[in-house]
Design a protein around this ligand. Structure first.
Ligand code: ACO
Length: 321
């Protein structure tokens, strides 16, 4: 595992100077206190590369051993080449390996992990580099107080390796999507539907838009539902779970999910006060930090759950090796 957080901190006090908001509102409505911002010249692939370099060292392998690269992001360096291709080039990885991006917004890590899991199990790959990286500050409308207080930048990389021991590693996964509700959380322009134009720039349609309170309810319902279904599918009871690592969007969402799935909030790993919502990176950043802090270790059952734009959602059950 490797995490890279940009140096610059943006506190709630800083945001009070930008938009009509207050530290008190942000803390009580979201749980966020500060977030990191990438430097203007830092692209998403730069954040990704810094995290990936640490993950490769941590895995004790060399760059030549990586045989597949996936990057989960909604803030790619550009539409194409993919950010995964930029990462492959900047890291100097082999060129006889595939590299591609995964677009599932805040569920990106869980989606990407499942794809990597199946590609490993199919037997064609040995060491898969999965990287979640986001420069959300590049798509935030800094005049919109309903969204600009929520998001932050960061990156986390993991090397997944084939493991032949039974009941270890990724034990199960449930993914879902509902494109019919995509309008509630979107980046409207810049694609084939609304190509960039003077109007799209003027109307700030290259920035993220969200109907937060509607997203909130669907996030609680879908994450709770897929966690419960996954536990049942894997024949694991809630009290066997050592830690839950949820997407770090809002402390009140996490609190509601904890109550729905009947796992005490104390078992939930939470670090959003320092990071804000880093979309696809939020789970892998929190998981790395929690592991290093000794919150779980070998043999423990860890439950991950995410919800994001699309809508997309999912849950993954891991027995830590
Ligand atoms: N400061 C002060 N007041 C604010 C702010 C702010 N930053 N933002 C909104 N308000 C106001 C609103 O204008 C509204 O005022 P009104 O009642 O006078 O109209 C009031 O606060 C309540 O607004 P709500 O939107 O109903 O507030 P809510 O309690 O729902 O909190 C929030 C908003 C934090 C966005 C919450 O809805 C949320 O977390 N939603 C889900 C976010 C999420 O999970 N996103 C998915 C992942 S993101 C991704 O995939 C990229």
């Amino acid at each position: 595992m490797g995490v890279y957080m940009p140096e610059r901190r943006l506190t709630n006090a800083d945001l009070e100077r930008l938009v009509e908001t207050s530290d008190e509102w942000i803390r009580t409505r979201t749980g966020i206190v500060e977030r990191r911002l990438a430097a203007p010249e830092e692209a998403t692939s730069d954040l990704a590369v810094k995290a990936a370099e640490k993950a490769i060292v941590d895995a004790g392998i060399s760059k030549e051993d990586i045989d597949l690269v996936i990057v989960a992001t909604v803030t790619p360096d550009q539409t194409f080449p993919s950010t995964a291709c930029h990462v492959q080039a900047k890291l100097g990885l082999r060129t006889d390996i595939p590299a591609f991006d995964m677009v599932a917004a805040c569920s990106g890590f869980i989606y990407m992990m499942q794809v990597a899991n199946h590609m490993l199990r199919a037997g064609d790959y040995k060491n898969v580099l999965i990287v979640a990286a986001e420069k959300l500050s590049s798509i935030v409308n800094w005049e919109d107080r309903t969204t600009c207080v929520l998001f932050g930048d960061g990156a986390a990389a993991y090397v997944l390796t084939k493991c032949n021991e039974p009941y270890v590693g990724i034990l199960g996964n449930i993914l879902g999507a509902d494109g019919s509700q995509g309008e509630l959380l979107k980046l409207p322009a810049g694609g084939s539907l609304h190509p960039a134009s003077y109007e799209t720039v003027r109307e700030k349609e290259h920035c993220l838009q969200m109907q937060g309170n509607q997203v909130f309810k669907i996030a609680v319902r879908t994450m709770s539902d897929c966690c419960l279904r996954l536990l049942e599918k894997c024949n694991v009871s809630a009290d066997q779970i050592k830690c839950v690592i949820p997407h770090q969007a809002n402390l009140r969402i996490i609190d509601a999910v904890a109550r729905q799935i009947r796992i005490p909030l104390e078992k939930f790993c939470i670090n959003m006060e320092k990071t804000g919502n880093t979309s696809a990176c939020s789970i892998p950043i929190c998981m790395e930090e929690s592991y290093r802090a000794g919150k779980f270790g070998p043999g423990d059952l860890i439950l991950l759950t995410a919800f994001g734009g699309g809508f997309t959602w999912g849950a993954t059950l891991i027995r830590w090796k």
